[in-house]
Design a protein around this ligand. Structure first.
Ligand code: URA
Length: 242
């Protein structure tokens, strides 16, 4: 009789063994912590989707997963998740902060007052929503009372934005406001200092400018926003080789 047999006879089994060396077990723990709880489609049992799976999702999977996401508390109060809108092969990607009340209602980013100004900004450099332009947000669910998303909310949502960027493969990303810039660049940002420079997101140039909602409140900075738009247009022309 070996040790396990004796323990079983004593009613002390089973004896648990590590299935993997400690380093692999630790990695599995990390992966488990980084798992995303999502609501399943009707009739399907609740599931946990590892964050790593986001990197392999196609558009349909991403849309369905984000629509059901419960990774952070914003999922409890939103009406619907707002993934993004526009040309999925766009050269231009604009990233805002998060949906507001109207976006939460309609399921499309930037459809309120700030959205009208964004459309005007796009028109000023010859662009149009949906035509070579994709618009997304750092967080996909409305923060209550339109507050700034908390760092943990932005972090929870980041895999979805990352996957969007991988799928779109834009030539230029424009960060609208500080939360978007900080999410993309993963560093503390001050808009005044970050404007007018080319930043980098995994090899894609990023330009930081004011959020349209801020510009609605702060008219004098519209002139600076115009400079930023011209900088964006020059940068895109250079990226396209002309
Ligand atoms: N502000 C944002 O940052 N995003 C929206 O979609 C709407 C307003």
């Amino acid at each position: 009789m070996n040790r396990n047999d004796i323990l079983r006879e004593m009613g002390l089994g089973p004896v648990w063994k590590l299935r993997a060396p400690p380093s692999q077990a630790a990695a599995e723990d990390v992966a488990a912590v980084a798992a995303i709880a999502v609501e399943p489609p009707p009739g399907v049992a609740p599931a946990v989707v590892p964050v790593a799976q986001a990197a392999a999702m196609d558009w349909d999977q991403l849309v369905a997963t984000v629509a059901a996401c419960r990774q952070c508390r914003l999922g409890e109060t939103r009406k619907q998740a707002v993934l993004g809108v526009g040309d999925r092969n766009a050269d231009w990607l604009f990233v805002g902060e998060g949906p507001g009340a109207e976006e939460d209602e309609r399921g499309e980013p930037f459809v309120g007052q700030a959205g009208k100004l964004l459309d005007n900004m796009l028109a000023a450099i010859g662009l149009k929503r949906g035509e070579d332009v994709y618009i997304a947000n750092a967080v996909k669910c409305r923060p209550p009372e339109n507050r700034t998303p908390a760092p943990e909310e932005a972090a929870a949502c980041r895999p979805w934005l990352e996957r969007q960027i991988e799928l779109i493969r834009p030539k230029l990303i424009v960060a609208l406001g500080r939360p978007a810039a900080q999410t993309l660049l993963q560093s503390e940002i001050k808009i005044a200092a970050a404007r007018g420079k080319l930043h980098d997101y995994r090899g894609i140039p990023v330009i930081v400018t004011y959020h349209p909602a801020y510009l609605l409140r702060t008219l004098p900075d519209k002139a600076r926003a115009w400079e930023d738009l011209c900088f964006m247009r020059r940068t895109m022309q250079a990226r396209k080789g002309g």
